[in-house]
Ligand binder design. Sequence first.
Ligand SMILES: [Zn+2]
Length: 329
Amino acid sequence: MRTTFKAIALAISGISITSLALAQGPNIDYDKIQIISQQLAPNFYTFTGSPNLDPGHPEAAGGRIGVLVGSEGVLLVDATYLPLSDKVADAIKEVNPGPVRFLVDTHYHPDHTGGNPSFVKTGALLFAREEVRDALMQPLPPATLAVIGKAASFTDPARLPTVTYGPGSPVKIYFDGDTIDLIPLRAAHTDGDTMVRFEKADIIMVGDFYRNYGYPFIDVTRGGSFKGVLEAVDVLLQNAGPNTKLLPGHGTVTTRSDVEAYRDMILDVQSRILQMIREGKSIQEVLAAKLTVRYDSKVPGGATPLPIGVGTSADRFVSSLYTELKSGK
Ligand SMILES: [Zn+2]
């Protein structure tokens, strides 16, 4: 138990763990991963990696991809790991002759941006937040690089967004008969999150601030916050109708009622942590109180130890929420 707390303390102080991306490590056998395609609307598909091959994401390797198709070509949301690019390109060819004209990054993590160079080099115009470009330009420490391995290229100029935008109004792309809204979010999962709404397909690519595999996760090294997650959840609920399909970066296709339950869970755990902070409790005492226990049966992967040695996804969630609330930000 002591090791767990020590590791969590390290993780929340940002010393050893910079993001969930680090969980992916060089142990992924990319050759074994298949791309699973699912059609969700006449003009829209989503791709996920096969399960049980990515220790950081056992439910589906890499990050989820969104694929809008039509007579003008393809618009992609996220590009998963770099070594999967050929398989992703093959899966696209199965549903549309192409070309891939646009690519949008929901945030900078390598399980979402690793494949950027592959699609940029074949002609895609890459859109992302300015914060994503900035994050992708930062040199990574050797230890981080060693863990991430070949998930992404950190030197190829084609990894960088061509068109960037800030946290203001949505960017609209009119393409293939649909209207695509790139909705910037305040610091939530990271400081550069975008939610992508397809108006006609009635689909939202949520990004990673909402997930239904494991508990909420924020990247504090890049400005993530639970305050921002709750704001982003409100923006999502404002944009989602009763039948809108919501596609998280990790987890299954879902609807707004699940997102409402997610918000209520965060608010409940938050109020319990605040109460314990008022009582002067330490992080060890808060973790020992197992504040998420009533939700564990409904959160797949929530109580399973993470591969990066920081306890469970529930421990990571409670630790970083405690740190944020204690800081009073
Ligand atoms: Zn992420």
